[in-house]
Design a protein around this ligand. Sequence first.
Ligand SMILES: C[S@@+](CC[C@H](N)C(=O)[O-])C[C@H]1O[C@@H](n2cnc3c(N)ncnc32)[C@H](O)[C@@H]1O
Length: 228
Amino acid sequence: MSRIEPDIPSAEEMKQHAREEFQAWASTYDKSLLNYFLFRPSYIVAMEEIARWHHEHRRPVRVLDIGCATGTLAKMLGCSPMPATIVGLDFCPKMCGMAARKAKHFGVDHKARFVNADSEFLPFDDASFDMITCSNSFHHYPNQAAAVAEMHRVLDRDGRVMVVDGFRDCVIGWFVFDVVISRIEHGVYHAPWPVMNGYFEKAGLSNIRRRQFNFWFPSFATIGDRVA
Ligand SMILES: C[S@@+](CC[C@H](N)C(=O)[O-])C[C@H]1O[C@@H](n2cnc3c(N)ncnc32)[C@H](O)[C@@H]1O
């Protein structure tokens, strides 16, 4: 009798699927209503956490934004008075192009650059950044532990990682992320808090904490520091 294989996409299929989904979406992405309900609250939390790091360390911040899409966080940071530079990284080439155009349009291209690469293989030297943000992108990564290990590698001493994703450990979050979004974005995985905590611990991050926000699209930031 032949075995029935479950319909689980391979890592390469997942990455390819994400790239195609966002290539198709890139030109209308900024007009999507999801910006108001899901993405914008995450950018605000990211800006707050970057400002917190700057306040604690009192020096310019080198930020890496993984899964930057059209570069909205880079625009917000570039337009803010905070002394900061930002590299936006995205697997989708069209998103990187749109992000670069947006930075130029807002006159922040001297503070921001964009790199087309995979979160699992970051094309940067060790200890290159003070703050790494990654919002609403992590559920697309087939090798999530490897991605967090890469974040830790490129983080400088005293640096901080913040990964934001859907919080599916409550009824609304379970429905939005596990039922609806998982059906639309085939094969994605919204890691629950204990799993995220485990990834951070395994990568060697310390002071791991969680910040929950957004009632109707429940989201959480997992934040950890590199202390040595
Ligand atoms: C929903 S958008 C999130 C954008 C933004 N960070 C936000 O919060 O609105 C997800 C982004 O992750 C990118 N992405 C998906 N898989 C990726 C990977 N393996 N490496 C880097 N970026 C990836 C997609 O191309 C897309 O632009």
